[in-house]
Design a protein around this ligand. Sequence first.
Ligand code: SAM
Length: 352
Amino acid sequence: MNGLLCYCRPGFEPELAGELTERAAHAGLHGYARTQRNEAYVLFVCEDPAALSARLPWRSLIFARQKLVLLAELRGIDPRDRITPVLAALSELPPEQRVRYGDVWVEHPDSDTAKPLAGLARSFGNALRPALRKAGLLTDKPQPRLPRLHLCFLDGDHVLLAQADPADSAPWPLGIPRLKLLSDAPSRSALKLEEALMTLLTPEERERLLRPGMRAADLGAAPGGWTWVLTREHLHVTSVDNGPLREHVLDTGLVEHLRADGFHWKPEKPLDWMVCDMVEQPRRVAERMGEWIAQGWCKHAIFNLKLPMKKRWDETRLCLDLFQERAGRPLLIRAKQLYHDREEITVFATPA
Ligand SMILES: C[S@@+](CC[C@H](N)C(=O)[O-])C[C@H]1O[C@@H](n2cnc3c(N)ncnc32)[C@H](O)[C@@H]1O
């Protein structure tokens, strides 16, 4: 079976399946999604997964935490010897797919049924590594530029083998960045902006677009998590919210707190950044964010769109189109449902 294997937040399989199906059709590379509710992954079966993968960069996928090219599906493997069938499957790959891997990650979907497989994944990984090296399939030390082998346990006797391009995949097991909430973070929301900066921007973009001394607005800022993340990058922040900000955020000397309506307030001078975490109808937020770009009130933006309960993929597409249309200028837009996002997605926009 050929296809792409993508991980997602449990419960968002229909959104990921919808996104992959629509974008594959748009690329002229039709296929179908094999998925079940709450399994936290989608298998997109198609004839030419390498071509499709090239058309769907990981950073451009909204509901995929990880994107891999499927190599094989092994069912009914003997729990007493899982290594032999894995090595056999790899040796049976067509010559163009046979490579030496720079690393191997043994994983499981982030679902309630698959999470108990974490122990097995860990111990099997430890046993598999030397066997892969002996077979010449794995480098002695991790080589981050070479393709990475993924094993995804769906059950004790059922495993998917897949391959990642390190330059076009999440650099974290399960596609989940493990961020630590620092004790002085004003809210857990701080992790969302931190993850957005890591995930939606490339390292080069982070360096170029986020520089000390830049000016930003934070709409819906209280209690100050996002503002605090920006001050740690040494940005000056105007934080708009009727609610209070934590004292130590104000003590940075980089923050001005305005008690105002984030849907009406605008800056006197153009800013480098605007971030927005206001809980509101996503269309209303998308329109206002577009207005900010259209008016030139900010260059770059990161904002959240809270998704409704139903038709979430349709609403996502509609809101992103609305945002682009209102902005009225060429933009690079990337959106993702981050690990720290629940019923929402986070959007990054910058001049194209
Ligand atoms: C999810 S919280 C923001 C958390 C914040 N990003 C953080 O990291 O601490 C949403 C905030 O949006 C604010 N908010 C909602 N509607 C607003 C509006 N029209 N104008 C300004 N703030 C608004 C609320 O007061 C609330 O503090």
